[in-house]
Design a protein around this ligand. Sequence first.
Ligand code: SF4
Length: 445
Amino acid sequence: MALTGLQIQKLLPKTNCKECGCNTCLAFAMKLAAKKAELSECPYASDEAKTVLGAASEPPVKCIELGADKKLKLGAETVLYRHEKTFVNQTALAVNINDTDDPAYIDKTLETIKNYVLERVGEKLSIDMIAVTHKKSGDSFTALAEKAWKTCGKPLILRSADAHALAAAAAAVKGSGSVLFAAESAFAGVLKQAASENGHALAVSAPDMDELASLTAEMKSGGFNNLLIGFQTHNLAELFQTHSIARRAALKDDYKPFGYPTVHFIDDEDFFSVQVNAITSISKYGGICVLPFFDPAMLASLMTLRLNIYTDPQKPIQVEPKIYPVGEPDENSPVFLTTNFSLTYFIVSGEIENSGTSAWLTVPECEGMSVLTAWAAGKFSGASIAKFIKSTDLEKMVKTRQIIIPGYVAQISGELEENLPGWKVLVGPQEAGDIESFVKARIRK
Ligand code: SF4
């Protein structure tokens, strides 16, 4: 059962030394109770406190670290809905290859996975993992696992129904921080040993949720907790329901047997079916989602969806405040103005590009707010914009002394002209979508 802040405070040193960053031990205890701090932040916690609080202060969904450098993190979530706080570690996306696939197809897929990068709102997104599935007898599974690891250097999900083949492949990619999929009751011991000896995580699976819960609890009490869970679902409704029930049980009832990230394989060849399955997995708490093939159009939409869900709603994505060239502007090119909220920046720069004109885009510091929000918060005023422009080389870069401001903040034009002597302010369109017609009518007359 979860402890309250007062119960936790009784176990702390009560010296109020502030080394944990809180003013009092009680404040730190409250943060621990809310799972917003970790006991290790108090250097003076007694062994008794560690024993009692260790379990109580564990995040409701365990953080599993994958990869040789342990940089791929899954789980550690504390809320059911993104708007309550934020989701922490996004669903890892993987692409599957089988040991029965054509060698040329395997080579091409591995090279594609290695080199795939999608750029969205200034972030570079790539495929997180590779799943290797065992279908053929012989040593081809182990050889393919080694090849995938050597070619891409990404953590793997090794999938086999043969526990001994899985253990052999696990040893061959020792240190890659991969996942063995999946331990059912019969071979749980063999696979736990293979995962533990070779530094991998282990996904456990069972035909029903009760059996799965018993298996994770048994593994944990046996001293192995580097676990993921693979629910055996047969349709979209089951996937949605099972993931929701498990996450709710872990977060709301502190039910530890379901407090692990999930692994979901999509074994389907139909494009739309795969897409809908993956969307459900990403939207409903998926830890790892394995796609059956590589498709750039599908990945672009899934990664964009994932980015939307897993960005912190309290911290807008920002671009660096500076003067951006759009196209190949020169000293006679027009100067536009917008805020440093990523989405606004990318939309405005895209629309300037679409208009076929090259321009300078002035982006002052607005704490990542959109135009009207920044203006209402006093972060996008004539004075602050003028101050920013003077701190840059814009006046040396352009001969023109005309700046186009967003139509929504027409009211700052006078203040901006006052603070920027020699400049003329031109009020642009309210919507970025109207930039093209604005450029045609007012700039390239
Ligand atoms: Fe109390 Fe420990 Fe924080 Fe010091 S570091 S204030 S002892 S909780």
